[in-house]
Design a protein. Sequence first.
Length: 364
Amino acid sequence: MATAPNRCDLVVLGIETSCDEPAAALVRREARGKGVILANVVRSQLALHAEFGGVVPEIAARAHVELLDVLIAEALTEARLGFDDVDGVAATAGPGLIGGLIVGVTTGKAIALARGLPFIAVNHLEAHALTPGLTHGLRFPYLLLLVSGGHTQLLIAKDVGQYTRLGTTLDDALGEAFDKAAKLLGLDYPGGPAVEDCARRGRAVIALPRPMHGRPEPHFSLAGLKTALRHEAMKRAPLSDQDVADLCASFQEAAADVVADRTRRAMELYADALGDEAQKALVVAGGVAANQRLRAALAEVATEQGFTLILPPLDLCTDNAAMVAWAGAERLARGLADDLAAPSRARWPLDPDAAPALGAGVKA
């Protein structure tokens, strides 16, 4: 639903419940486009899911129901604002775990209806994609590498709501691969940070494949890397602590090499698509963007290709509501809002018109 563009300062309440970390935030978007985080409150559910080795959707959704009202109240208090000061309500409507999404969307719609405010259904992936506008004042266009537990994609970000997918994963997402590697090696949940921590004590001396390396299309395939890790672990069983550390270091190095190679190819396609005058900026977003080895590998590629590397602060790489509020503010400033029939969506691609990648599953 489109309305007239808003040229005044906007304060938007953001709600995030797509997975296991419910969050609420308030962000101000100034008329000139600058963003200010007024409050950003997140609750971890790690203790609720740790014994299961992963997120249990039903437990996550129930916890959202119990926590969300409290988080919204905390955010308003931290920002020293009331509902009368809010210009719009944004909630993550997808992609994610459908039960959790419904909790957040229903709460956001209820507040919007009760207060007579516009409601904005936010794509969780777009919220990650737009974060550099909040943190760095970055303008379009730019190349986006989205790396999370559920998605691994390379896209051209042209404007709010306008994305062209260059590459995607054909099987596992990068964060998913790290989580499965951790479980295979007996490490704690969450797996990504556990693998990274263990890798610091290891040596990347075990030969592992670099799937899709050098291919003309910048797609990813990480399932084979995970399988190779399993084979190497079985060869060395029973594993010593040093074996586990070396396997982690080797796995992380291979993953970083793959991502760097695929991103290098996407940079070439980005320049071909937009011309030499296009802004050479690489944005890395999503939870896996917190991995320090991955950041270092991408910094090398960016320097080599003449790109500026844009990395959000670590607390805005993982799921948070500030990015949701900002995405809502960016849409609202362009006169874009949704009616109260807007659905929650378990799957919501940024580029719905992208052709299916050959051999890809539903994550494409």
